[in-house]
Design a protein around this ligand. Structure first.
Ligand code: FAD
Ligand code: DHB
Length: 389
């Protein structure tokens, strides 16, 4: 098969990019290892920034997002008895939308056929070839046969563990990595949320987050040691822990119910730079990971894709050769700011095992400062709602 852009990975980054390119008349194909059901079974992010919402609007794929998404004009930081509300609507004039990654991905998948976006699911042994030259190609196995896609560009949207980043020689890239000594244990349950807005809580027993997917579906997280296994956390144990960490007010409104999903995700900060090598561009988790505290992972994938679509469209539609070389610097400028925000909110809201009284005093001082300063609240709000692209 021959195409202009071969996209590897049909997560939110790959599908969004595919749709944006098709909307501009650029030929592309998406190669995905898993099945659609497997992808839709992964429960991940839940908060969309305006960039992500506006890309869905631009594609005309925002009907369900508009009707089912929950606009949120604020969120809360809790520390012991204290609840600090960050009024993002008042501080920035913008809102975030609570809408699950699963639903966004489903909207993109459902529209693929009618928009002429070809997605190959169930591709095994995907490999990238000749990425340094002008005629790269991708090979994969499907139905017992070897397939080859020749393209002008390859975009690696294949997540942290995919093959694309590894196709860039170690000598031309640099990895920045910070691993955290805990993971997030998440539970999804068909019960009403305990609060109409999100609560991020720093409790002496650890972090907790109260989130939601709808008025009848809740998503909660606690941080746990990396050695914990999901089967050590019965639903009852997890609800008890959430009630303690979120505090009496939230606990009084918390409705318990059986988990429909429960999993542990490790926390890490990671950046690979540059995000382009020859004819290969990286986007989303393939190039960077943030700890989930700032709700930035999915939204960063969307902003990368915005820049990548812009550069590829300039190349194919306007014969502009200058946009592709600028892709990595444009994307990384925003990536690093989201990395900083996610890292600093993680630092502020978690009890690190190595922390002593001094580090805790710094958290309390920072929370005091946030509670009393509109400037501090504005800085948090504008990062949370998403910095401009
Ligand atoms: P992905 O969604 O990872 O998609 C990559 C795609 O590439 C996948 O479909 C994968 O199957 C495919 N692929 C991989 N290897 C190959 C191959 N060899 N060949 C072909 N295809 C391949 N963010 C938040 O903001 N909040 C959260 O609560 C949150 N929770 C998370 C929980 C987990 C367990 C993980 C892993 C991430 C979480 N994130 C969260 C981050 C957020 O979900 C990601 O940032 C987002 O999914 C990035 O989208 P992506 O398309 O770049 O990558
Ligand atoms: C959710 C996940 C996050 O990482 C976050 O910061 C806020 C909400 C969620 O899954 O709902």
């Amino acid at each position: 098969m021959k195409t202009q852009v071969c996209i590897i990975g049909a997560g939110p980054a790959g599908l969004l990019l595919g749709h944006l390119l098709r909307a501009e008349g650029v030929d592309c194909v998406v190669i995905e290892r898993q099945t659609p059901d497997y992808i839709l079974g992964r429960i991940r992010a839940g908060v969309l920034e305006s960039i992500t919402v506006s890309l869905m609007e631009r594609l005309g794929l925002d009907a369900r997002l508009k009707s089912e998404g929950l606009p949120h004009g604020g969120f809360n930081l809790a520390d012991g008895e204290r609840l600090i509300r960050i009024d993002i609507a008042d501080l920035t004039g913008k809102q975030v939308v609570v809408y699950g990654q699963t639903e966004l991905t489903r909207d993109l998948m459902d529209a693929a056929e009618e928009r002429g976006l070809e997605v190959v699911y169930g591709a095994a042994d995907t490999a990238l070839h000749d990425v340094e030259g002008d005629a790269p190609f991708v090979t994969y196995m499907k139905d017992g046969a070897l397939h080859r896609v020749d393209a002008r560009f390859i975009v690696g949207c294949d997540g942290f563990h995919g093959p694309s980043r590894r196709a860039i020689p170690a000598s031309v890239g640099k990895e920045y990595l910070r691993e955290y000594p805990f993971g997030w244990l998440g539970i999804l349950a068909d019960v009403p949320p305990c609060n109409h807005e999100l609560i991020y809580a720093n409790h002496e027993r650890g972090f907790a987050l109260a989130s939601m997917r709808s008025d009848t579906r809740s998503r909660y997280y606690v941080d746990v040691p990396l050695t914990d296994r999901v089967d050590e956390w019965s639903d009852d144990r997890l609800w008890d822990e959430l009630a303690v960490r979120l505090g009496p007010e939230a606990a009084a409104h918390m409705v318990r119910g059986p988990s429909i999903e429960k999993s542990i995700a490790p926390l890490r900060s990671f950046v690979f730079a540059p995000m382009r090598h020859g004819s290969l561009l990286l986007a989303g988790d393939a190039a960077h990971i943030v700890p989930p505290t700032g709700a930035k992972g999915l939204n960063l994938a969307a902003s990368d894709v915005y820049y990548a679509a812009d550069a590829l469209t300039a190349f194919f539609r306007r014969a502009d050769n200058d946009a592709i070389p600028g892709y990595s610097d444009r994307a990384l400028a925003r990536v690093w700011k989201a990395e900083r925000f996610s890292w600093s909110l993680t630092r502020l809201m978690h009890r690190f095992p190595e922390d002593g009284p001094f580090e805790r005093a710094m958290q309390v001082a920072e929370l005091d400062y946030i509670a009393s300063s509109r400037a501090m609240q504005t800085a948090i709000a504008e990062n949370y709602v998403g910095l401009p692209v």
